[in-house]
Design a protein around this ligand. Structure first.
Ligand code: AMP
Length: 184
């Protein structure tokens, strides 16, 4: 077995790897779900992970807001925004936010989905965008496009885990390199 690796070095990658739980066939057959609950529950390890994302976010330039994608991305974004001392915006599934909003649909493997952000808080802002897991990249790409549509500049992208074999970063090349604490 190869040692865990990621963009913040082997120590953080190892800590994240040790605290992810693999759940086979969830939420459907054939999917290996990466449960971040053990990482969230370990205060020291979660703190180090957020600290490492914050280091990268700072290196990307000034940040006004951290954006997190519903739902587990909210948890990362909330902690990271406090670490950076900046604000927060929730990228939500369609229909959850009160109007006015900006909405964007995107393709999934089967069918499509929609994301939404509030109008009026993003125009002219510099936003660092996070989620828990990068898989095919469709969600993060749609979120980045939506933020741009709402008038923000995406300064960088961060995730706890990238499922490298799905090559989701390829979809995000034109936005920013993805900073993944663990790449499996
Ligand atoms: P994708 O659009 O394919 O990159 O999927 C990313 C979104 O789906 C993220 O919001 C993740 O929380 C979730 N996701 C996708 N695959 C997994 C997985 N294997 N384990 C946990 N979450 C996942």
């Amino acid at each position: 077995m190869t040692a865990p690796s990621g963009d913040a070095g082997p120590d953080i990658a190892g800590a994240v790897a040790a605290l992810l739980r693999d759940v086979p066939d969830f939420p459907k057959l054939g999917i290996m779900f990466k449960d971040i609950a053990p990482l969230l529950a370990d205060g020291a390890a979660f703190g180090h992970a957020i600290g490492a994302l914050a280091d990268h976010a700072r290196a990307c330039g000034p940040v006004d807001l951290v954006a997190g994608v519903e739902a587990r991305g909210f948890l990362v974004a909330g902690a990271l925004s406090r670490e950076l001392g900046c604000g927060l915006v929730a990228v939500r599934k369609a229909g959850k936010l009160p109007p006015p909003t900006v909405r964007r649909s995107y393709d999934l493997e089967y069918g499509s989905a929609e994301l939404e952000v509030p109008m009026g808080v993003l125009d002219g802002t510099r936003v660092f965008l996070v989620d828990d897991v990068l898989a095919t990249g469709g969600t993060l790409r749609a979120a980045a496009d939506l933020l741009a549509q709402a008038g923000a500049t995406v300064t960088g992208l961060g995730v706890l885990l990238e499922l490298g074999f799905l090559d989701g970063s390829a979809l995000l090349h034109s936005v920013a390199p993805v900073h993944a604490l663990l790449r499996s």
